[in-house]
Write a protein that binds this ligand. Structure first.
Ligand code: HEM
Length: 497
C-alpha cells in the first residue's frame, strides 16, 4: 500500500514539475530526454565524468539533465565555466545540501556547504584565506611536513631493501593524512601504510559515506527515509570524529594553560587563539570541529590520488620522468629530499603537477553548486533558480578545441606559459574558481610537489612483474570522494645513491 502511495506521489510530482517547466522551458539548455521519475539518472553510470563528457559531445557545452527530481546543469567548456565561476559566481555559488550532511547540523556549520550569503561562511573563508593557509602560516608548519616526508622515505627505503613493491596510493594517503594532521594538530593520524589508527579509519569511513551517491539527494521525498542508510552510517562516523577532536582540543587547552607554553604553530593553535580573542563568539569548540571535519574530508584523498596519478604518468612516460629527475637533481642535488622552498625553482615539476590535474582532476565535477536565482547566460540559456550546477573539469581538461592532443600527457605544454590552476584560467580549474575556490590549494600544492619531487629524486622506480610502462592500465574510477587510478600503482623502489 505504502509503495503504491509513494509511486503515485512521485508520478503526480513528476507531471506537475514537467508542466511547470514546460511553460518556461524555452530557455533551458538542451539535454537528453528525461525518463519519467528517474529522469536521466541512469545515464550517469559508474563514471559520471565520462558519461557526461560523452553527452556533452551530443548536446553541447551547457546541458540540462534531470537527475531524479533535480534539475541539473552540466558545464563542459572553458567559456561556459567562466560564465558560471566568474561572471555569475555570486548567484551560482551556493551548494545543494547532501541529506547525509544534515547530521549534527554539519551542513549548516561546515565551510563546504553554507550558502555564500551566510556571514558564518564568509567568516570561515576569511579565517582560511587570511590565517590558516597563508604563506606565512604554512611556512611556520613546513618543518612538520618535512619530518613526515622523512618517514615516507624510510618506508620506501625499507621496501627498496626487501625488493617489495610499494602501493603508491596507500603510501601517499598515509603521508597526506599525516601532513594534514600535523599541519592541523601536530600529531600523526596514521601509523602504518597498511592501516591502523582510529583517526585514519574514521576519516576513511567519512570519505566513503560522503562519496556514495545517495538516492535521497535525487528524490527529496526520500530525505526522511534515508533509503541506503548513508546518513545513519555517516552519523556514526562524524560523532566518533568529533569525540576524537574533543579530546585533542581539551588536551591542547590544558597545555595552553601552562606558563611555559610556546605555540605549536599549527592550525589548532591559530583557531584557539581566534576563539580566545574577546570579540570572537563564533569560533567556539563546536565550530572548530565542524571546520576541521571539512579540512580533513576535502584534503585527504584529493591530494593522495593526485600524487598517485602524477607518479603513474611519470612511470608511464619514461622520457618525462628522466627530464623531471634531471631538473630536481640539478636544483637540490641527487638523493636529497625536496623542500617547500625549492618548489619555486622547479618549473618542470610544476608543469607535471598541472598536467596531472588537467588529465586527472581529483574532483572531476568540482563540488556541486546551486543557483540562488535564475541567471541568463551570454548564450541566451537560463540556469533556473534552485538548479544544481556541475562543472565537468574532466571534460574541460580534454576539450578538443582548447588543448592540442588533449589526451597526451605533455607537461611541456605549460612551459613558458602563465596558465595556472589558481582559478583564473578557465581551461584548468581543478580547484574550482571564484568565491568557492578550494581554500586548501596552497597547502595541496606544497604537499604534491614535496612528495613527487622527493620520490623521484631519491629512488628509481620499476614496475612489478617485469611490466613495461606502456602496458600500464591508466583507467580511472571514482573512489570515495575523488577520481582515482583503477589499478593501484604498485612499483618497486631502487635506491639511487
Ligand atoms: C573545495 C579541489 C585539496 C579544503 C574544493 C573544491 C574543489 C577542490 C574542486 C570546490 C571548488 C568550487 O566549488 O569551485 C581540491 C583538490 C585538492 C584539494 C584538487 C588537492 C589536489 C584540499 C585541501 C584542503 C581542502 C588540502 C584543506 C586542507 C577544501 C574546502 C573546500 C574545498 C574546505 C570547501 C570550500 C567552500 O565550499 O567554501 N576543493 N581540493 N582541499 N576544498 Fe579542496
Amino acid at each position: 500500500y505504502y509503495a503504491l502511495v509513494f509511486l503515485l506521489t512521485c508520478i503526480i510530482i513528476h507531471v506537475l514539475t514537467s508542466l511547470i517547466n514546460g511553460r518556461s522551458n524555452h530557455k533551458l539548455p538542451p539535454g537528453p530526454y528525461p525518463r519519467p521519475i528517474v529522469g536521466n539518472l541512469f545515464q550517469l553510470g559508474q563514471n559520471p565524468h565520462r558519461s557526461l563528457s560523452n553527452l556533452a559531445k551530443i548536446h553541447g557545452p551547457i546541458m540540462t539533465l534531470k537527475l531524479g527530481q533535480v534539475t541539473t546543469i552540466i558545464i563542459s567548456s572553458p567559456e561556459m565555466a567562466k560564465e558560471v565561476l566568474q561572471t555569475h559566481d555570486h548567484s551560482l555559488s551556493d551548494r545543494p545540501i547532501p541529506q547525509s550532511l544534515t547530521v549534527l547540523d554539519h551542513a549548516y556549520y561546515g565551510i563546504g556547504f553554507l550558502p555564500n550569503s551566510s556571514p558564518l561562511w564568509r567568516y570561515l573563508r576569511r579565517i582560511c584565506n587570511n590565517q590558516l593557509f597563508t604563506n606565512k602560516a604554512l611556512d611556520a608548519s613546513k618543518f612538520l611536513r618535512q619530518k613526515k616526508l622523512k618517514e615516507l622515505l624510510n618506508d620506501v627505503y625499507h621496501s627498496s631493501q626487501t625488493g617489495e613493491a610499494i602501493d603508491i596510493g596507500k603510501a601517499a594517503f598515509k603521508t597526506g593524512i599525516n601532513f594534514l594532521s600535523n599541519t592541523i594538530f601536530s600529531i600523526d593520524f596514521a601509523q602504518s601504510i597498511s592501516d591502523a589508527g582510529d583517526y585514519k579509519d574514521i576519516v576513511v569511513s567519512i570519505l566513503k559515506a560522503t562519496g556514495s551517491p545517495n538516492l535521497a539527494d535525487f528524490f527529496p521525498l526520500l530525505r526522511f527515509i534515508d533509503p541506503q542508510g548513508i546518513k545513519r552510517s555517516y552519523g556514526i562516523c562524524i560523532r566518533k570524529l568529533f569525540v576524537l577532536f574533543d579530546k585533542l582540543i581539551e588536551e591542547r587547552l590544558k597545555m595552553r594553560e601552562g606558563v611555559n607554553y610556546a605555540t605549536n604553530n599549527d592550525m589548532l593553535d591559530a583557531l584557539l587563539d581566534i576563539s580566545q580573542e574577546e570579540d570572537s563568539k563564533v569560533m567556539d569548540k563546536q565550530q572548530i570541529k565542524h571546520l576541521l571535519h571539512d579540512l580533513f574530508v576535502a584534503g585527504t584523498d584529493t591530494t593522495s590520488y593526485s600524487l598517485e596519478w602524477a607518479m603513474a604518468e611519470l612511470i608511464h612516460n619514461p622520457d618525462i620522468m628522466s627530464k623531471a629527475k634531471k631538473e630536481v637533481e640539478e636544483a637540490v642535488g641527487i638523493g636529497n629530499p625536496v623542500t617547500e622552498s625549492d618548489i619555486a625553482t622547479l618549473p618542470y615539476l610544476q608543469a607535471i603537477i598541472k598536467e596531472t590535474l588537467r588529465l586527472h582532476p581529483p574532483a572531476p565535477l568540482l563540488l556541486p553548486r546551486k543557483a540562488k536565482v535564475s541567471v541568463e547566460l551570454i548564450n541566451g540559456y537560463t540556469i533556473p533558480k534552485g538548479a544544481n550546477i556541475m562543472i565537468n573539469v574532466f571534460a574541460i581538461g580534454r576539450h578538443q578545441e582548447t588543448w592540442e592532443n588533449p589526451t597526451l600527457f605533455s607537461p611541456d605544454r605549460f612551459m613558458g606559459t602563465n596558465v595556472d590552476v589558481k582559478g583564473k584560467d578557465f581551461q584548468l580549474t581543478p580547484f574550482g574558481s571564484g568565491r568557492r575556490i578550494c581554500p586548501g590549494l596552497p597547502l595541496a600544492m606544497r604537499m604534491l610537489h614535496l612528495m613527487l619531487g622527493t620520490l623521484i629524486n631519491t629512488f628509481d622506480w620499476k614496475l612489478e612483474n617485469g611490466m613495461k610502462p606502456k602496458e600500464m592500465n591508466m583507467e580511472d574510477v571514482i573512489g570515495g570522494n575523488a577520481l582515482r587510478k583503477k589499478d593501484p600503482l604498485r612499483v618497486i623502489p631502487v635506491k639511487i645513491i
